[in-house]
Design a protein around this ligand. Structure first.
Ligand SMILES: [Zn+2]
Length: 383
């Protein structure tokens, strides 16, 4: 018996189901959430591959095959992990999926479980077109919030399951505004080594915290490189510092981490080398995260088509825009054959990682429609 499903109710219910899994990272645990999605997608006709990349850590690749092999499939990607709740008290239950005054509340609502629900529902609605066309691939990752750990495991250990795809949609929160690229990230760990001594006789030691402080002073106004026309200036921030064991000793070790955000006109090797030289020999530098920036030309035919679909949803004409934060696309694009990529999701960009995070219900419904149109256009433009 064929049952008709109300897509509005369906996307809200699926978003709520995803929000009810605690996938806070760190520590990170996508196991139950991914098992739930694997079951759901299998029921909808997908071939599913679950990839384990750590204790209770999972990625999921799902493919709904099409009948045409002459064109590559469209792909959607999203991460199921979320950031922690933070210290401030939440007014709403972070794991209940409450809907109040047109807002769906919960950790991960905007960033980005609602988007994942939206593209799964859009694919279910357009299943016939997908199967008559070139198919669709869903790349659901874990571990994104700590530096794309899931995506990294996917490309290094399960790349045989990653097909070449025609275009990639990343459902990160953009309030349904199409974003054509994002900055790269270079995270460096800097360490200084001194010589310990009694705190009452500091002249006998070498204070590693002083060495770190001097090095930080030297890089505070460091310029990682020239501005990029769209991405503007690269940035640098010292995010953490630690050192010393007790107040009455000269510390012999100190450590600080530097977060640099870059653009396609800059080479990470070059930045690292210049930064290291600026700090001098007393600092050893190791790379923690190295993610390239991404940018698809605004003139690309598919990008223009997506823009034309988004245009009616916004008050002013759309501009080619980029965002400063990174996404899994940074690692995935290369493995997927470097297709054009758009970042487009119903979440509120300002709500990501916030207390009482929510996603607007009207944007979520809009996203289901928008993703559906993009799926249909993909089939139609290649007939
Ligand atoms: Zn995110």
């Amino acid at each position: 018996m064929q049952t008709t499903v109300n897509p509005h109710a369906e996307v809200l219910a699926l978003s709520q189901s995803l929000l009810r899994f605690d996938t806070i990272n760190p520590p990170g645990d996508e196991s139950r959430c991914m098992a739930f999605l694997a079951d759901l997608l299998r029921q909808q006709g997908y071939t599913v591959h679950l990839q384990r990349f750590g204790e209770r850590r999972f990625n999921l690749l799902a493919r709904l095959a099409g009948s045409r092999s002459d064109t590559p499939p469209l792909a959607f990607t999203g991460h199921l992990d979320t950031v922690p709740l933070g210290n401030a008290q939440w007014q709403f239950d972070a794991f209940a999926g409450d809907i109040v005054e047109g807002r769906l509340y919960g950790r991960g609502s905007s960033d980005m479980k609602a988007a994942i629900a939206a593209f799964i529902v859009a694919c279910r609605q357009q299943r016939q077109a997908i199967e008559a066309g070139s198919g669709v691939v869903l790349i659901l990752t874990g571990g994104e919030e700590t530096g794309c750990d899931g995506a990294r495991a996917l490309i290094s250990e399960a790349s045989e399951h990653l097909p070449k795809i025609g275009a990639l949609i990343v459902g990160e929160p953009t309030a349904n505004y199409p974003i054509i690229g994002h900055k790269g990230a270079l995270w460096l760990r800097c360490e200084t080594h001194g010589k310990t001594a009694h705190g009452a006789m500091p002249e006998l030691g070498i204070n590693a915290i002083y060495l770190a402080a001097e090095a930080i002073g030297k890089i505070r106004y460091f310029e990682p490189g020239a501005p990029h026309p769209l991405m503007k200036r690269p940035t640098l921030n010292v995010g953490t510092i630690s050192g010393g064991l007790n107040i009455n000793s000269v510390p012999d070790r100190s450590r600080f981490d530097v977060d640099i955000r870059t653009a396609p006109n800059l080479r990470h090797d070059d930045i690292r080398q210049r930064l290291s030289a600026a700090m001098g020999d007393s600092v050893s530098v190791t790379t923690l995260v190295d993610l390239p920036s991404i940018l698809t030309e605004p003139g690309n035919g598919w990008i223009r088509q997506v823009f034309s679909r988004c245009e009616p949803l916004h008050d002013a004409p759309l501009q080619p825009r980029v965002v400063p934060y990174f996404t899994d696309a940074s690692l995935l694009l290369d493995a997927l054959g470097s297709p054009p990529c758009i970042i487009l999701g119903p979440g509120e960009p300002s709500m990501a990682h916030q207390t009482d995070e929510y996603c607007r219900v009207d944007k979520l419904i809009q996203a289901v429609m928008l993703y559906g149109q993009i799926i249909l256009d993909w089939g139609a433009s290649r007939e």
